[in-house]
Design a protein around this ligand. Structure first.
Ligand SMILES: [Zn+2]
Length: 146
C-alpha cells in the first residue's frame, strides 16, 4: 500500500472516515486537493463508502426478509406461530434500527445521491439537443451544476 503524501491531513481524514461531505465548501478545498494527490486516502475513501452502502443494502435486505418471514408465518400459521411472529418482528426492528444508524451516522445517503446525480448527468449528456433544451432551466442547473 502506498504511503499517505501528508500523514497529518491523512490522519484527520481517517478520523472523519474520509467523509468531507459535511464540510462547508470553502473548507473542503484543501481536503479535496489531498484526495486528488493522495492515492492511499482516495482508496480508503472509496472503501469506506462501499462499506457504508453495503451495510445499508444489507440492513434493507434483512428487514425485507424478516417482514417476508412474518407474512409467511401469518399465512401458514405453523405451531408456535406467536413466538415465530415475535422473532420475525424483533428481527425486523433490529434491521430497521441498523438501517437508521447507518443512514444517520455515515454519509451513505450522500454517496447514493452523488451516484444518482452522476447517473442523471450521464443520461442528460446523451439526450438529443432538442429534448435537452426543453428541460426546465432549474433542472438542468441541478444536474450539470452549471
Ligand atoms: Zn493521504
Amino acid at each position: 500500500m502506498n504511503q499517505c503524501v501528508e500523514p497529518i491531513v491523512g490522519k484527520i481524514l481517517a478520523g472523519w472516515r474520509y467523509d468531507i461531505s459535511g464540510l462547508a465548501p470553502e473548507m473542503r478545498g484543501d481536503y479535496e486537493q489531498h484526495f486528488a494527490e493522495c492515492e492511499r486516502c482516495r482508496g480508503r475513501q472509496k472503501l469506506h463508502r462501499i462499506i457504508d452502502i453495503s451495510l445499508i443494502v444489507l440492513a434493507s435486505v434483512s428487514a425485507g426478509a424478516f417482514l417476508l418471514a412474518f407474512a409467511a408465518i401469518r399465512y401458514f400459521e405453523p405451531r408456535h406461530a406467536l413466538w415465530l411472529e415475535l422473532g420475525a418482528l424483533a428481527g425486523f426492528a433490529l434491521s430497521a434500527l441498523i438501517w437508521l444508524v447507518v443512514a444517520v451516522a455515515t454519509p451513505a445517503p450522500m454517496a447514493v445521491v452523488d451516484a444518482a446525480m452522476i447517473g442523471a448527468r450521464h443520461v442528460h449528456d446523451r439526450l438529443p439537443a432538442e429534448i435537452r433544451d426543453r428541460l426546465p432551466e432549474e433542472l438542468r442547473v441541478k444536474i450539470t451544476g452549471s
